[in-house]
Design a protein. Structure first.
Length: 564
């Protein structure tokens, strides 16, 4: 038994590849590719495809190429190319020296087009775009042939060469395949192969004014690169006959096998790149890497780790039928990862001052705090404790209800790693009634959080020393949409109508313990009792600490699983 025979078959695509290897198809070689269009940033759905394509190559001792399908210069930018390469690397994958661009094959595509014209399988059509759509027909009505469909080979060659030479303005002519206008598959009704587009290209400049369509460039790029298994999402299933037709009519040596899988749909999320562009261009979010965006760079800035995203992609699996995954599962994967690795700190997001009246003036103690109870090697740190502290405003109620166990007048609570304290007085603003500070006493016999007489308290609060705390800005992110499926809109609605107006809350008066003074951008930690937070990769500096909330501590997915 070979090593490849031992490879676990984790999904139906892996099963197909395993069977191909056993039959010695492609001489046992496995070559996949990840082929993004550089017209936007990658999102979590692309992460599934990245993990799948690179993962299959690794599992079967093959290779995976990174190829940019850059055939539409009006929507493509170098910024997108750079971000895509950064995202793939950040996720933990490496294409080594196998970086390709469809634009690198433009001359070859042109030769392929000439070959089809000479073979009588392609023609130059002079119908307008609207006329081509009208002639195409519908799902229930056959299309009709263009009056230019029967142009002779020499006329087609002449017109196509003049298209390439730039003699005609945009939209006057296209090159179409000659297949079957009565086909039940609309993609086979003489699809457009080339259009005239007088636009500079980010790699080829003004060398070309005709550009191949995606369907024409994609399969031929796969063939040129020797791809064995061309893995794509379900919406391309109806394009597979066309994919095969091109390769067969061009008589290419390498005929990759196209295999479709279900794309990722996530609740409360938009996965359409066109709609993501609208969110950025319309100012609904601040940038492509806004932490509310489902882009890989947005998730990274929010504090998601490559490990959590890879784990998520592994858990959701690879299916043949579309479904929607609950956002809670993605959040659960992040919590599981960060629970093991994130160091704990104390931070107060909405500070309320506490003065310990019986604590010695000017005294400072250093209390021992555990860095991560899940990691015995994480060690501990020292946290300063003094007469004046900050606690959360929500941890105090002047007239607490029956089930509120935190601090109130006359109540005793435990301070994390510290002492028992009791509230003795509430200081308010005379004009507004706003609570300004609390006066409390502490029990010096309860250092470390335990009373020698065995008395118990029902709440433990986090805190920071007012004298030593650092100021910080904290951004609380929640779901960008209020609707579970924002793409599913009623007549007259727009997906943007369901944007959550409370998806971002910025707190600028937060206090964090001094251990965070040297936090690095993208440093991830747990603020005890509050959630997991990430130092913003762009805005966080030693002069100004800025943290993004990655995820809360409450795990909805665990509750869902427990119920089922």
């Amino acid at each position: 038994m070979t090593e490849q025979d031992k490879t676990p078959v984790s999904n139906f695509i892996a099963a197909i590849i395993a069977a191909d290897i056993k039959a010695n198809k492609n001489n046992g070689k496995v070559m996949t590719r990840f082929p993004p269009e550089p017209n936007g940033y990658l999102h979590i759905g692309h992460a599934k495809s990245i993990c799948l394509n690179f993962g299959l190559a690794k599992d079967f001792n093959g290779h995976c190429n990174l190829r940019f399908d850059d055939t539409n210069p009006t929507k493509e930018e170098q910024e997108y190319i750079d971000s895509i390469m950064e995202d793939v690397r950040w996720l933990g994958f490496d294409w080594q020296d196998r970086l390709y661009f469809a634009s690198g094959y433009f001359e070859k595509f042109y030769e392929f087009a000439l070959f089809l014209i000479r073979k009588g399988k392609a023609y130059v059509d002079s119908l307008s775009a609207d006329e081509i759509r009208e002639y195409r027909g519908t799902l229930t009505q056959a299309g009709k042939e263009s009056p230019h469909r029967h142009r002779g080979v020499e006329e087609n060659l002449d017109l196509f060469e003049r298209m390439k030479a730039g003699e005609f303005p945009d939209g006057t002519h296209v090159l179409r395949a000659k297949i079957d206008m009565a086909s039940g598959n609309l993609n086979m009704r003489d699809p457009v192969l080339y259009r005239i587009l007088h636009a500079g290209h980010h790699r080829t400049g003004n060398a070309w004014c005709i550009y191949p369509m995606y369907d024409f460039a994609h399969g031929q790029s796969d063939s040129i690169e020797g791809i064995t298994h061309s893995v794509c999402t379900l919406e391309f299933a109806d394009h597979r006959p066309l994919y095969d037709w091109f390769i067969e009519e061009l008589e290419l040596d390498c005929h990759p096998q196209q295999i479709e899988f279900a794309r990722l749909n996530l609740t409360y999320t938009i996965m359409s790149k066109r709609k993501l562009v609208r969110l950025v261009a319309g100012g609904y979010v601040k940038s492509w890497d806004d932490p509310r965006m489902p882009t890989i760079s947005g998730l990274r800035r929010r504090g998601y780790t490559p490990e959590s995203i890879r784990d998520f992609c592994d858990r959701i699996g690879v299916a043949k039928k579309d479904s929607t995954v609950d956002m809670a599962l993605l959040e659960h994967c992040l919590r599981e990862d960060l629970n093991k690795r994130a160091l704990r700190f104390m931070a107060v997001l909405k500070p309320l001052k506490v003065v310990l009246e019986n604590y010695p003036e000017g005294q400072v103690e250093e209390l021992q705090a555990i860095n991560n109870p899940e990691d015995p090697d994480a060690g501990s740190r020292k946290v300063p404790f003094s007469k004046e502290l900050y606690i959360e405003q929500d941890d105090f109620m002047e007239d607490p209800p029956k089930k509120f166990f935190r601090l109130g007048p006359g109540r005793e609570v435990r301070l994390r790693y510290g002492y028992f304290i009791t509230c003795t007085d509430v200081i308010k603003d005379d004009a507004t009634g706003e609570i300004l500070e609390l006066r409390c006493t502490y029990d010096p016999e309860t250092r470390g959080g335990n009373a020698p007489d065995g008395r118990k308290v029902k709440a433990t609060l986090h805190w920071v020393s007012a004298r030593h705390a650092l100021s910080a800005e904290v951004r609380l992110y929640s779901r960008l949409f209020t609707k579970e499926n924002p793409a599913d809109v009623e007549l007259g609605e727009d997906f943007a109508d369901h944007i959550n107006p409370e998806s971002l809350e910025v707190l600028r008066n937060c206090r964090v313990e001094p251990s965070l003074a040297d936090v690095e951008p993208e440093g991830i930690c747990q603020f005890e009792r509050l959630g997991y937070f990430c130092a913003d990769r762009h805005d966080c500096t030693q002069e100004k600490l800025v943290f993004n909330r990655s995820v809360t501590l409450r795990d909805q997915w665990a509750k869902i699983k427990k119920k089922t």
